[in-house]
Design a protein around this ligand. Structure first.
Ligand code: GYE
Length: 326
C-alpha cells in the first residue's frame, strides 16, 4: 500500500518538477506551494440539497486554501464522470477527486489515472473495485451505519406494538453506494422482528421529483403503508407533497424517516412532517484539502476517513435549526 502511495506521490512530484521547469514557483525541497497545486474534481450532479451544500463547501475550501480546483458536474451520469476524469488526466492535474455516481465500472479509468501517476481521492461515495491501489483514500460517511440508525429508531418507535408495520422504501440512485448501503443497514436491523415488512422499494434517484412520483404511485398500490424510509431528505420532501396532495397527514398518517439533515429536511422534521432524520454531513471540503496537501507532499494518508454524524428527533431539530449551515 505504502509503495503504491509512494509511486503516486513520485508521479505527483514529477508533475511538480515539470511545473517548476515551466516557471511555476515551487517552494524549497520540492514540495509544492498550494498555489501550484491543481485538483480536478468530478461531482455527481446537483440532485439534492445535500449535493448543493457539498459542492459549495468543496469549492470554498479550495478557494480558501489557495488551491486551483477544476470542477465538473456529471449530471448523474457515469459516462460524464469518466470523460471528466480522462480530461483531468490529459491536463496533468496533481490530484483527481471524485464522488462516483455508482459503485461499479471504474477500474479502467482509475487504472489510466494510476498509470499517469495521478493519485485519486474518492469523496462521499465508494467504488467496488477489488484493487484498492486504484485510489489513495476514501473520505465520506458510513452509509451502512446510517441505515442501521434509521432501523433502530423504527424498532424503538414500534417496540410496544405487535401489529404488522408496513414500510415503503424510497431508494437512492440505483447502484450508488449510499442507496445500496442504506438499504442494507436498515434491513439488517429490522429483520430481527418479523412484524416489520418492506412492502415495496423503488428508486426516486435522490431527487424531490422522484420521491414525489414514486409516492404518488405507492399511495395507489399500497394505501395501507405505515412508514416511508427515504434514502435522503429530498425524496422524503417529495413524498410529503404527494401525501398532502392525497389529503393525508405526513408524519401522522404515514411516518417518514430520512437521511441527510439538510435545512429543508430539518424544517419538515421540526414541523412534524418527517419523524426522524439520520445525519449525513456534506461538509467534506476542508478534509479533502488536507488529503490533497498530504498526497502532493508524498505523506501517507488514511485509506478510509469516516465522517462523524448524529441523528435528529423533532425536538432536536427545533433546537439545531437556527445554527444549521446547510
Ligand atoms: O445522501 C443524497 C445525495 O452521496 C451521501 O447523495 C450522498 C447522497 C446524499 O444526493 O442527498
Amino acid at each position: 500500500m505504502k509503495k503504491i502511495i509512494g509511486l503516486a506521490a513520485a508521479g505527483a512530484l514529477l508533475l511538480g518538477l515539470a511545473g517548476c521547469a515551466g516557471g511555476g514557483g515551487s517552494s524549497e525541497g520540492g514540495a509544492k506551494d498550494p498555489g501550484d497545486i491543481i485538483v480536478g474534481f468530478s461531482q455527481v450532479g446537483a440532485e439534492s440539497g445535500w449535493r448543493t451544500a457539498n459542492t459549495k463547501d468543496i469549492q470554498s475550501a479550495f478557494k480558501d486554501a489557495g488551491i486551483e480546483l477544476k470542477f465538473s458536474d456529471a449530471q448523474q451520469k457515469q459516462e460524464n464522470q469518466i470523460k471528466a476524469i480522462r480530461s483531468y488526466i490529459q491536463q496533468g492535474v496533481d490530484v483527481i477527486a471524485f464522488s462516483p455516481v455508482v459503485e461499479s465500472g471504474w477500474d479502467s479509468v482509475l487504472k489510466e489515472a494510476k498509470d499517469a501517476g495521478i493519485p485519486v481521492v474518492l469523496t462521499d461515495r465508494a467504488v467496488d473495485s477489488a484493487d484498492e491501489s486504484l485510489y489513495v483514500s476514501f473520505l465520506g460517511s458510513d452509509f451502512v451505519e446510517e441505515g442501521k440508525k434509521a432501523g433502530e429508531w423504527l424498532t424503538e418507535e414500534y417496540k410496544d406494538s405487535s401489529d404488522p408495520v408496513k414500510i415503503y422504501q424510497l431508494e437512492g440512485t440505483t447502484g450508488a453506494a449510499p442507496a445500496i448501503d442504506r438499504a442494507e443497514g436498515f434491513a439488517d436491523v429490522i429483520k430481527a422482528d418479523d412484524k416489520f415488512e418492506i412492502v415495496g422499494s423503488q428508486t426516486g434517484d435522490f431527487t424531490r421529483a422522484g420521491g414525489k412520483q414514486v409516492t404518488e404511485a405507492m399511495l395507489k398500490s399500497n394505501p395501507d403503508v405505515d412508514v416511508i424510509y427515504a434514502h435522503n431528505d429530498d425524496m422524503g420532501l417529495g413524498a410529503i407533497e404527494a401525501i398532502e396532495a392525497a389529503g393525508l397527514k405526513p408524519g401522522v398518517d404515514i411516518k417518514i424517516i430520512t437521511v441527510d439533515a439538510v435545512k429543508d429536511g430539518m424544517q419538515a422534521l421540526a414541523d412534524g412532517k418527517i419523524n426522524y432524520i439520520v445525519e449525513c454531513s456534506p461538509l467534506l471540503g476542508s478534509q479533502l484539502v488536507d488529503i490533497v496537501k498530504s498526497v502532493v507532499a508524498g505523506d501517507d494518508v488514511e485509506k478510509r476517513i469516516i465522517t462523524e454524524e448524529t441523528t435528529f428527533t423533532q425536538e432536536e431539530a427545533v433546537e439545531a435549526l437556527p445554527d444549521r449551515k446547510y
